[in-house]
Design a protein around this ligand. Sequence first.
Ligand code: SAH
Length: 228
Amino acid sequence: MNIDIFTLFPEWFEWLRAQRHVRNAIARGSRIDCVDIREHTHLSGRQVDDAPYGGGAGMVLRVDVMDAALKAHYGEDPVRLRQSRRVIALSPHGRLLDERYVCELAEERELTLLCGRYEGFDERIIEHFATESLSVGRYVLSGGELAAMVVCDAVLRKLPGALGDERSAAEESFGEALDGMPEYPHYTRPASHRGWPVPEVLLSGDHAEIADWRRRQSVERARRLSDG
Ligand code: SAH
């Protein structure tokens, strides 16, 4: 999986690349490349944004600068680019990232993530260059970088070998093995701490009983989630 990230803060992603499961994914051939949008502006003072037409607070990321950055990186008109790869604009109002969306993205060989800043993108960026908008939740971050990292983290851990232990990915919240339900609770040593015991069934060694208990816990959590 190759993920290209268009950002004003490429250095933020050094941290992400250093994380173990991301390193594992990179060692197995995945890539996270950053393109510094600022490198592609024709404006003086390395300007990439401008005041919004119609007035209002804040600055808007310019469409001509994003056009130039995409064209320079891919050597292709960005209007056509989106026919061959998913170009995702990170936006608070976009399609909400969930397990289904993550699995869908993990199937792709290449992804492009566009990180907004300030008041966000000139709408023409979304309309003409992006295949979709993605939101990590209905709240507003200061920029798309953390949202892009959420996407990279969630998607890369789906790839074979990214997690040390394959089973940790198989039986996880919202996955197929749990029929889309949240995972059951976990406990480890000590068996009792400050008088808080571990559920007895987990110490019983009875695998069928344990599987049954875990299933019931997942069902209960799913019920609570759907009750809001
Ligand atoms: N003025 C905009 C918010 C801009 S925040 C509004 O009111 O909707 C600046 C940038 O941060 C956005 O362009 C987007 O790239 C990113 N961002 C902020 N919140 C986000 C979220 N919940 N999901 C994905 N990206 C987000």
